[in-house]
Write a protein that binds this ligand. Structure first.
Ligand SMILES: Cc1ncc(COP(=O)(O)O)c(C=O)c1O
Length: 415
């Protein structure tokens, strides 16, 4: 591609032959979920009415307190650089949140604020991983984990979990995956895409394995407020001081406060790692936006009622979607304990046909549903497993009902 552009511009062919992209970028691909969203957007642009179940973000507006705080920040001239790792004020607000909600003690120096949780995870990978390292990632996984690991020339070690075990990794599976090269283990609870959420007991069982290896634990807790059982998720770092000493807790305001576009995420953990991430950040993005930091502080301090209201709405949609999907032939769905996704098994639809469509994978089913039903879903392949699709219920109840009706109608044509 680069080569073609240079050639068209008339550059010397001998010179451009050695002008190539760095090898590292060839190790990764575009985020599969963002690519699927772009596909749905393209169909919409062509005038199709697409019901988008691919969304990875709450559909409601950000809380007023955040918007007003951002506005005030701008008027007050809070529009300059802050500390590269985030202002002291926001790191204090995060420390307070971690203490009150997660029973975790951190000082502001143990916390870094980045441009979204994705950026926090990226920084962790960059400061910890190198060629020869392995990172254990239970599958189905959030789509960016393996690519962020691969970008560091480290190796993602994917551990397939089982639907019959609620997609939770077992201590035995974890133990079998850990080698002397294991540098980190990623735990994402509640999970994207399955909603699987570890109970304290299940985390304690994993902890026994994790304490016996020198691997770091990366605990992605971004969906912590989206849970629908009587057992709220717990942070593995809160279980034991020895676990806290080797865990990086990752979180942010994107999901809990419907603030995906503001790009504020954070990590808390061992001081040396957080400091190294700060050094990296100071030479790359510098601070996340000052205005968004102020908005995030307001959300963290005054947004509890907002979360409660939003999660109540999601809870209703979840129950509705589980029940409705359960009546669609070919979809088998485990009721997820957390996040805002359903991850039904669609293997029964593989081998079916309709017109020019032959469904041999979840990717082909997703294409069929986009074309035939005007509904966007994300194939499980984006999360490391075939035979499943991810449906987000972060859409209004009307659209949810209409989209599931459309899926039923389209699927009924498959023979
Ligand atoms: C599991 C998981 N971790 C991290 C992120 C990144 O969140 P942010 O928008 O804060 O970068 C996402 C976003 O979809 C996610 O699903």
């Amino acid at each position: 591609m680069v080569w073609l552009t240079l050639k068209r511009a008339g550059c010397n062919e001998n010179v451009i032959a050695s002008m190539k992209l760095a090898y590292r970028i060839s190790r990764i691909k575009t985020s599969a979920t963002l690519a699927a969203a772009a596909k749905a957007a393209a169909a919409r642009q062509q005038g199709q009415d697409i019901i988008d179940f691919g969304l990875g973000e709450p559909d409601c507006p950000s809380p007023d307190v955040a918007i007003l705080a951002a506005q005030a920040a701008m008027y007050e001239g809070y529009t300059k650089y802050t500390h590269a790792s985030g202002s002291l004020e926001i790191r204090e607000a995060i420390a307070k949140k971690l203490k009150e909600e997660n029973n975790l003690d951190y000082t502001p120096s143990d916390i870094i604020v980045s441009c979204g949780a994705k950026h926090s995870l990226y920084n962790i990978a960059q400061v910890l991983l190198e060629h020869g390292d392995e990172v254990v990632i239970p599958a189905p996984y959030w789509t960016s984990y393996p690519d962020q690991v691969a970008l560091c020339e480290a190796t993602p070690v994917i551990v397939a979990t089982d639907e019959t075990n609620q997609f939770l990794v077992t201590p035995e599976q974890l133990n079998a995956a850990i080698t002397p090269r294991t540098k980190a283990v990623i735990i994402n609870s509640p999970s994207n895409p399955t909603g699987a959420t570890y109970s304290q007991k299940q985390l304690e069982a994993l902890a026994d394995v994790l304490l016996s290896t020198p691997a770091w634990i990366i605990s992605d807790e971004i969906y912590e407020h989206f849970h629908y059982t009587t057992q709220p998720p717990v942070s593995i770092a809160a279980l034991d001081p020895r676990l806290k000493a080797k865990t990086l807790v990752v979180n942010g305001v994107s999901k809990s406060y419907a603030m995906t576009g503001w790009r504020i995420g954070y990590a808390a953990g061992p001081r040396e790692i957080i400091t190294a991430m700060g050094t990296l950040q100071s030479q790359s993005t510098s601070n996340p936006t000052s205005i968004a930091q102020r908005a995030a502080i307001a959300a963290l301090q005054e947004g509890k009622a907002f979360i409660k209201q939003m999660v109540e709405v999601f809870s209703e949609r979840r129950l509705f979607a589980i029940e409705r999907l359960g009546r669609i032939s070919g979809f088998r769905c485990m009721p997820p304990a957390g996040s805002f996704y359903l991850f039904p098994n669609v293997m029964a639809l593989c081998g079916k046909r309709y017109g020019q469509y032959a469904i041999n994978s979840a990717v082909e089913l997703a294409e069929f549903l986009l074309d035939e039903a005007g509904v966007a879903v994300i194939p499980g392949e984006a999360f490391g497993v075939g035979g499943y699709v991810r449906l987000s219920y972060a859409v209004s109840m009307d659209r949810l009902a209409a989209g599931l009706d459309r899926i039923e109608k389209a699927v009924s044509k498959l023979l």
